[in-house]
Design a protein around this ligand. Structure first.
Ligand code: FE2
Length: 297
């Protein structure tokens, strides 16, 4: 065995300490090399391939979950909130189309995100985000060799706050995958609903999509019974999805962990301004570059 440097030993011990944040049954995935043939890894990978959705149930250790709930609630007021009307494609209206075409169906969307630079590094969700083992586990579930931290100082890690009465209406994600975890469940509503593979490359299936959005047909819809502390991996490019209106007096808090397939990815200033109401130098620098990430949805 190669002798380890002090830094390597310290890093290894912080990884092991970090792994205590998750339930015992998940810890080895965060601390040891992952065998892609491991039956649970294979099951999550299959669920993502067939259903576009995998849930690692009760992922957080109960103490860490209680802490995460408290911590996220303590910064929820720092969310930058705005409201707009959008269709499921997030495009402009096209009056030349029939009234019931999905492009013409606009819904009120409330966005409220607490940016990464407002989330203390000591918080459970921030510690988790920085763990190499956590990233390795997500990569294994996605069937990827490596994924990287999103380099965006605002968007890499966010807390999404849905206040009572607000909703995240039907939409598709622009990103390939989303990793999220609810830390606070509302009294009612706030349910994640999705239509697996309702559209595909080259087939928008507008008629079926319109019927779902207009509430005429619930047959394609699956509801996910998500609980605080469950880790959800979701591929939302082809699966229309939404969060139903939040009811009662509690807000719904969800953490979104963003990753990229290449290192050094940063959002552009227009996106930072829309999502967070402000822009950093790195976003202005990214404006001159070719890529256009859409890592939060
Ligand atoms: Fe989404």
């Amino acid at each position: 065995m190669q002798p380890q440097t002090h830094a390597q030993t310290a890093s290894r011990s912080s990884q092991i300490t970090g792994a205590q944040l998750v339930r015992r049954e998940y810890r080895r995935y965060l601390t040891e090399p992952i065998d892609p043939r491991d039956p649970r890894i294979a099951a999550w990978r299959d669920a993502l391939a067939t259903d576009g959705c995998a849930v690692l149930r009760e992922f957080l250790d109960p103490d860490a979950l209680a802490r995460a709930e408290r911590e996220c609630a303590s910064i929820a007021h720092l969310a930058y909130a705005n409201e707009r009307y959008t269709n499921c494609y997030d495009t402009h209206d096209d009056p030349s189309l029939p009234d019931d075409h999905p492009i013409r169906l606009f819904m009120k969307r409330t966005q409220a995100f607490v940016a990464r630079d407002r989330i203390p590094e000591s918080f459970v969700i921030h510690e988790l985000y920085k763990l190499d083992g956590f990233r390795a586990l997500i990569a294994a579930c996605l069937g990827e060799e490596h994924i990287y931290e999103y380099d965006d100082p605002f968007g890499a890690l966010v807390v999404n706050v849905l206040e009572p009465g607000t909703t995240h209406p039907w939409h598709y994600d622009a990103t390939e995958f989303v990793v999220s975890m609810m830390t606070r469940q509302p009294d009612g509503g706030g349910i994640f609903e999705y239509c697996p593979g309702i559209r595909s490359e080259g087939n928008e299936n507008e008629h079926a999509v319109s019927r779902v959005i207009r509430g005429v047909d619930r047959q394609p819809i699956k509801q996910l019974d998500l609980r605080p502390g469950d880790l959800q991996l979701f591929k939302g490019r082809f699966s229309l999805h939404r969060v139903t209106p939040v009811e009662g007096s509690n807000s719904r808090h969800t953490v979104i962990f963003s990753y990229a397939k290449t290192p050094g990815m940063v959002g552009k200033s227009k996106r930072a301004k829309t999502l967070f109401g402000r822009v950093a130098d790195v976003h202005r620098e990214a404006d001159g570059k070719a890529h256009d990430d859409e890592l939060i949805d």
